[in-house]
Design a protein around this ligand. Sequence first.
Ligand code: FE
Ligand code: FE
Ligand code: ZN
Length: 276
Amino acid sequence: MLHIGCHLSISKGFEHIAKEAVSISADTFQFFTRNPQGGKAKDLDLKDIEQYRSYAATHHFAPIVAHAPYTLNPCSDNPQTREFAEMVFTDDLRRMEHVPNNYYNFHPGSHVGQGSAQGVAMIIDLLNKILSPMQTTTVLLETMSGKGSEVGATFEELAQIIAGVNLKEKMGVCLDTCHVFAAGYDIVNQLDDVLEKFDKIIGLERLKAVHLNDSLMPFASHKDRHAKIGEGLIGAEALVRFINHPSIKNLPLILETPNEIDGYAKEIEFLRHQAI
Ligand code: FE
Ligand code: FE
Ligand code: ZN
């Protein structure tokens, strides 16, 4: 069975979001752990989490995906920004243990001119500081489009990060279809090749989740603009082929398309219908 959901707001709590997900035939979802621009996280409501956990179990939810704030940059040249990244990451991972065995996805970072090697080294440093053998959360590196000085737009860079992390068993990758297309991986015409490359360089066993988006921007443009499914340059046909690929079809798929809840409901219905 296809596991699919979308990005939803957690402002009304976990149980609310899970019910919202079920109302649009989703069995997973993604949420920001705090304001995407950073800032303080809301206090956890343990009663709400308890209710959520039993609700999610009853409704056979696939793993859910927490998304770190965009401002989290472990490879900034500013020590204060790096400290902020450590603080947020640590706090988010501590909170995630209240909803165990799920995913925490983050943008690896922007090296802001220090060079990719330095960026990779700083990201590894942070991960080796904060990952713990006890945690049940798997941390996911998101594949990036390569705008500006983003690290993680190539499979090689993601593999370098994982290679440097001591607790590799806590690490995985979240493939964003819009980002990889914009980064120059041709999932429209060469899907098998792209996934073979992923397997050779990173290992498909590391691929834990997907951000399923169409792209407003052309192939290899290194620009990150999501489109609704079928309204971008990847197209519905290629995205349907993608979700039905044997290496993809059992992963949680998260829509981050420019939609309100009705639009998400329609896309989920369409994709469930196309799943073989
Ligand atoms: Fe993201
Ligand atoms: Fe994404
Ligand atoms: Zn994006």
